[in-house]
Write a protein that binds this ligand. Structure first.
Ligand code: BG6
Length: 472
C-alpha cells in the first residue's frame, strides 16, 4: 500500500460478551436469551428454548471462559499491537432480570477490571451495549422488545454504564446489527413469534422500540460526557443485481432498503418516506407516542459501525435457488468463492460497501466485524497454519485501504471478528473459528481452554505495526 493509515486508526479485534465470557450464572449474573440457545450445526439451526432445559447443551454458558482468562487474552491482544478492543457488556450481568432498579455491583466491577486491563496496554475499549442478548427476565415478564417498557429498562442500563465508565470508555454502539431484528428476531432481540401472530407487525413495532431506546441512549450519553462517540451498528448486506434486467435491479434496491430502513432513522433521525411506504405495504401500523419523532431527531449517532463478511445477489425470479449467508439468503454469485459455511467471499464488496455507506451518510465509518469462519487444525507442535484466514483478511484490508486512499472514505478503524476463537452466533459451534488465537474447546464443550497463537497472529501484528503497508 502507498501510505500508512493514520496514526490514530483504531486497529484491533472484536468479541461479544455472550460468545466469549462464559460464567453465565456467576457473581450474580442473570440468564440471558443467549443462555437459552442450544448448540446447532452448519445445517441445523440453534433452538431457542424457554429458559435452560435439562439434557440440552448451551455452549454460551462457558464460552471460552474469557471471564476468567481476560488478563491472559488481553496480554495477547496487546502483543499484536491492538489499539482497541470491541467487546460488549452482558446486560444481565448488570441487571440480572432486566427490570431491577439497582445494578449488580459485581457485574459492574468485572467491566471496570476488564477496561482497566485494556487501558493498561493503551487499548481503547469500544463497547456494544447490547449484542444479541437480552435478560431473559424481560422475555418472560414483558415479551422482550415487543413491549415498550423495554425502552425504560434499556435506558436505565445505559445510564448506569455511561456514568460508571465515562472516564474509561469513549466509543459506544447501542445495538449490535440492529437491522437483524427483521431477519432473526429471536437471536437479535429475544422475540418469539407466536402462532397466528403477524410477524411484520411484531418485529417492526419491536424495532421501533429499539430505535427510540437507541436515540434516548445517545442523548443521555451526550449529556453525561460530551466527548463520547456513540454509534449505530448494522450488518451491511451488500447486494448485487443478478443481471442488468431492470427487474433484478429493483429487487436489489428493495433488499437494500430493508436495511437502510434502520440506518436512515439512526443517522438522519426520522423514518424515510420509503420506510413509511414499506410499512404500509406490509400492513404494519406502528404505535408511536407523541414525543417519538422528537426523540429520534435528537438522538442521531456520531458514527456508523458495521459488519461485513460477504455479499449476496438479488434476482427478480422467485424460482432461483437461494443459498444461506450471514443472517441473509441470496443467489449464488458465479464470480465468488464461498467459505466452508457457504458465505460468499467478496473483498471488493467491502470497498463498495464503504463507498455506499459514506456516499449516503457522510459520517465516519468503523468496520467492527469482518473475518473468515473456518475449521483450523492444531498441529502437535501447538501451531495453526491458517494461511486461508490471512488470505481473506489481506484481501479485505487491501480493499479497505483503497476505499480510504483512493475514494476518500472517512474510516475510524478495523476490528476483525472473533480475534480470539469463540462460540459462533449462528450455529453455536466452536469449530467455526475466526481468531488469531486458537482456543482448545470443541463443539461439545470439551477441551483444556488453552490458548495458542495461530500463524495469522504474527501476520496481523506486522500489519498493525506497519499501519497497513506490510500485508505480505
Ligand atoms: C455477526 C454477529 O453477524 O456475525 C456476531 O454480530 C457473529 O455475533 C458474527 O458471531 C459471525 O457469525 P457466526 O454465525 O459465524 O458466529
Amino acid at each position: 500500500m502507498k501510505y500508512p493509515l493514520p496514526e490514530n486508526f483504531l486497529w484491533g479485534g472484536a468479541v461479544a460478551a455472550n460468545q466469549c465470557e462464559g460464567a453465565w450464572n456467576i457473581d450474580g449474573k442473570g440468564m440471558s436469551t443467549a443462555d437459552c440457545m442450544t448448540v446447532g450445526a452448519a445445517d441445523q439451526a440453534r433452538e431457542y428454548t424457554d429458559g435452560v432445559l435439562e439434557g440440552k447443551f448451551y455452549p454460551n454458558h462457558q464460552g471460552i471462559d474469557f471471564y476468567h482468562y481476560y488478563k491472559e487474552d488481553i496480554a495477547l491482544f496487546a502483543e499484536m499491537g491492538f489499539k482497541c478492543l470491541r467487546t460488549s457488556i452482558a446486560w444481565s450481568r448488570i441487571f440480572p432480570e432486566g427490570d431491577e432498579t439497582d445494578p449488580n455491583e459485581k457485574g459492574l466491577q468485572f467491566y471496570d477490571d476488564l477496561f482497566d486491563e485494556c487501558l493498561k496496554y493503551g487499548i481503547e475499549p469500544v463497547v456494544t451495549i447490547s449484542h444479541y442478548e437480552t435478560p431473559y427476565g424481560l422475555v418472560r415478564k414483558y415479551g422482550s422488545w415487543r413491549n415498550r417498557k423495554l425502552i425504560d429498562f434499556y435506558c436505565r442500563y445505559c445510564t448506569v454504564l455511561f456514568r460508571r465508565y465515562q472516564h474509561k470508555v469513549k466509543y459506544w454502539m447501542t445495538f449490535n446489527e440492529i437491522n437483524c431484528i427483521a431477519l432473526h428476531p429471536e437471536t437479535a432481540a429475544g422475540i418469539r413469534i407466536e402462532d397466528g401472530e403477524d410477524f411484520d407487525q411484531v418485529v417492526y413495532q419491536a424495532a421501533h422500540h429499539e430505535l427510540i431506546a437507541s436515540a434516548l441512549a445517545v442523548s443521555a450519553g451526550q449529556q453525561i460526557n460530551s466527548d463520547f462517540k456513540i454509534g449505530m451498528m448494522m450488518i451491511y448486506p451488500l447486494t448485487y443485481a443478478e443481471t442488468c434486467n431492470p427487474e433484478d435491479a429493483v429487487r436489489q434496491m428493495k433488499m437494500m432498503d430493508m436495511h437502510t430502513f434502520f440506518s436512515d432513522v439512526q443517522v438522519r433521525g426520522a423514518y424515510s418516506h420509503k420506510a413509511k411506504k414499506m410499512l404500509e405495504a406490509k400492513g404494519v401500523k406502528l404505535q408511536m407516542e407523541t414525543d417519538d419523532e422528537r426523540i429520534l431527531k435528537a438522538g442521531v449517532v456520531d458514527y456508523i459501525g458495521f459488519s461485513y463478511y460477504m455479499s449476496t445477489v438479488a434476482s427478480a425470479d422467485p424460482g432461483k435457488q437461494r443459498i444461506n449467508g450471514n443472517m441473509l439468503q441470496g443467489i449464488q454469485n458465479p464470480y465468488l468463492r464461498v467459505s466452508e459455511w457457504g458465505w460468499q467471499i467478496d473483498p471488493i464488496g467491502l470497498r463498495l460497501s464503504l463507498n455506499q455507506l459514506y456516499d449516503r451518510y457522510q459520517l465516519p465509518l468503523f468496520i467492527v466485524e469482518n473475518g473468515l469462519g473456518a475449521q483450523d487444525h492444531l498441529e502437535v507442535d501447538g501451531r495453526v497454519h491458517d494461511f486461508y484466514r490471512i488470505d481473506y483478511l489481506r484481501a479485505h484490508i487491501e480493499q479497505m485501504i483503497l476505499a480510504v486512499e483512493e475514494d476518500g472514505v472517512d474510516l475510524m478503524g478495523y476490528t476483525p471478528w472473533g480475534c480470539i476463537d469463540l462460540v459462533s452466533a449462528s450455529t453455536g459451534e466452536m469449530s467455526k473459528r475466526y481468531g488469531f488465537i486458537y482456543v482448545d474447546r470443541d463443539d461439545n464443550g470439551q477441551g483444556t481452554l488453552r490458548r495458542y497463537k495461530k500463524d495469522s497472529f504474527s501476520w496481523y501484528k506486522k500489519v498493525i505495526e506497519s499501519r497497513g503497508t506490510d500485508l505480505d
